[in-house]
Design a binder for this molecule. Sequence first.
Ligand code: CTP
Ligand code: MG
Length: 240
Amino acid sequence: MNASHGESRVVALVPAAGMGVRLGENRPKAFVPVGGSPMLALAVAGLIASGSVDEVVVMVPAELVDETRALLPVSDTPVHVVPGGAERTDSVRAGLDAAPDATFVLVHDAARALTPPALIARVVAELRAGAQAVIPALPVTDTIKSVDVTGAVTGTPDRAELRAIQTPQGFEARLLRAAYATGTQATDDAGLVELLGATVRTVPGDALAFKITTPLDLVLANTLVAQGSSNGDREAVTTR
Ligand code: CTP
Ligand code: MG
């Protein structure tokens, strides 16, 4: 499928170089299977199935670059594999360097392996409609409190104004490059862009785009795939 619109080019960067310490499996998290396919293969397949992405760059631990190529779905969409870095921001920076001709960049965690392709398409549509930065957001269901170092509560922000943020996060490539060039730190890519004063828009997220972080998340993900509740486009990832 060709997602191009004129000269503009959408490149998806997939951070997959984390160690998965909280998951506690015997390999880096993106290589842990969900329903029999490695998370990174499912995440890449979802991006391709969205029909909205022209090219994919996957960032993995340096020693796994070669074996990753054999795990990727067979597709007409070019998928490149490059070494990531010590922190997620280092991995995203490596991906940006490998995508010099991008007009729009999506940053999409491999660990959000069951993200529906329709959510990915929604983010890209918002970028094409003129937004500079777009992130998927869900209402929070728990009450969130701030606490001090002793654990005493210091405040209760109004839950109606809070959102839990997912990926893919989409950006004008120029804007994300400028944000990374500042060398500042933030807990997500949009946070860096916010520090530049750019407007970040939200689109409705999807519960299936949850990040597989803990063993409980992995149980949920495997159960969803076994029940066929996750998106059907990716049920069988064919590899090379
Ligand atoms: N990631 C990355 N490079 C890093 C760290 C994280 O590409 N140096 C990626 C992970 O592979 C994952 C995504 O960023 O797809 C979100 O990170 P997280 O869920 O924290 O994954 P891990 O860092 O692997 O997990 P943990 O923090 O439990 O070790
Ligand atoms: Mg991490």
